[in-house]
Design a protein around this ligand. Sequence first.
Ligand SMILES: Nc1nc2c(c(=O)[nH]1)N[C@H]1C(S)=C(S)[C@@H](COP(=O)(O)OP(=O)(O)OC[C@H]3O[C@@H](n4cnc5c(N)ncnc54)[C@H](O)[C@@H]3O)O[C@H]1N2
Ligand code: MOO
Ligand SMILES: [Mg+2]
Length: 390
Amino acid sequence: MISVAAAVEIIQTHWPDFGDTTIDFDGSYGAVLAESIEADRDYPPGDRVMMDGIALAWSEYNQGRRQFNLLGTVAAGDRRCSLPDQAGCLEVMTGALLPQNCDLVIPYEEVAIADHQVKIVDLRSRNPGEFIHSKASDCRSGTVILESASKLNGPAWSIITSFGKTKVKIKQTPRIQIISTGDELVEVTQKPESHQLRRSNLYGLQVSLQSRGFQNLNLNHLADDQEVIISHYQRAKLEYDILIYSGGISKGKFDYLPKVWSELGVTKYIHGVAQKPGKPMYFGVDHQAKTVIIGLPGNPISSLVCLHRYFLDNPPIYAQLTRDFTFKKDLTYFLPVKRSYTPQAVITAEPLPVKNSGEFIALANSDGFLELPQHQAYFQAGECFPFYAW
Ligand SMILES: Nc1nc2c(c(=O)[nH]1)N[C@H]1C(S)=C(S)[C@@H](COP(=O)(O)OP(=O)(O)OC[C@H]3O[C@@H](n4cnc5c(N)ncnc54)[C@H](O)[C@@H]3O)O[C@H]1N2
Ligand code: MOO
Ligand SMILES: [Mg+2]
């Protein structure tokens, strides 16, 4: 069986490009840019006043003047004006364009205004250009600010819309169907008998995908019936970019999926990884339909762990074991943990060991899982390992 690292490598190598699409600027969290975004003009476009107060000429101030005639008011949104007389000053509001012939702003808190006279009462030292956000000091027109492939969050959409980009090219978010399989599984709304389970994996997987910005999701369920599985696949491979199956991929007599997939032209890249949970995991691509096939093991913990470890973007962060842990099998072990943070900014992980990968109840208070490396059996308190959050 291949290692976790090899499985990651194979998936990255064979993951198809689902192309690009153009969306309106109304934004969609988690989208990935498929073009670079450049400034449409200098930013700021003009010298910008940063504090509500008065604007005046540094030269007058520097020669010792501390009292000025008040000659008018400039609001944010006014076209640029100029200071008519060096011995005077103008009231300026935050966000206003700095009037010509002014190069010092003094906040209202530092002056006293009476009878159209402004007296500087706070006699601290000052420098020219104080409280002025000068033109093009952030960037020049044409500068690339966001690179293609960057993930779009709030600040990115602020930048894109500030630049007047009303159409944005992003990576096509794949159309995904999540399919649970198994005759033992009934609708969540049903009251199962002792030989039945509610098909809960669908919803755990759906929410996990939604948490990473995938929105184009559809849920389905298939009985352990080969013909049903085949006819479903023939349609679904054309309607979806990714088919995520839960269950039906191990050694059981009714685990039809891997055989059906290979008979229907799927190129198998992975079927079995040296890991626990998730050993039987399957990854393949139907190149003709350009559809990714992910076979998650049916055990609920296996399904969730494999989806998160291999198919959801997980920024690599490390967490420190709070106590010793032993796992003797020569497999990578994904250990559910409860995360906490110390005042020394250490992420700690308290093991929540599970009896087996069907015990989804044990995940109730978990925040994710640690990846404990293969070929190691004893893990000490204080050792750090990759942590994957749900
Ligand atoms: N002889 C062997 N048997 C098994 C092996 C093996 O290597 N040799 N692998 C075991 C491991 S490890 C796992 S994981 C499971 C995975 O098997 P499948 O992917 O075929 O999963 P199923 O048999 O369909 O289901 C397993 C288990 O999970 C329950 N399940 C399935 N779907 C759902 C759902 N949507 N919601 C809740 N629970 C679900 C299902 O009822 C089964 O109990 O194979 C082992 N066997
Ligand atoms: O590999 Mo399975 O997911 O441990 O039961
Ligand atoms: Mg099975």
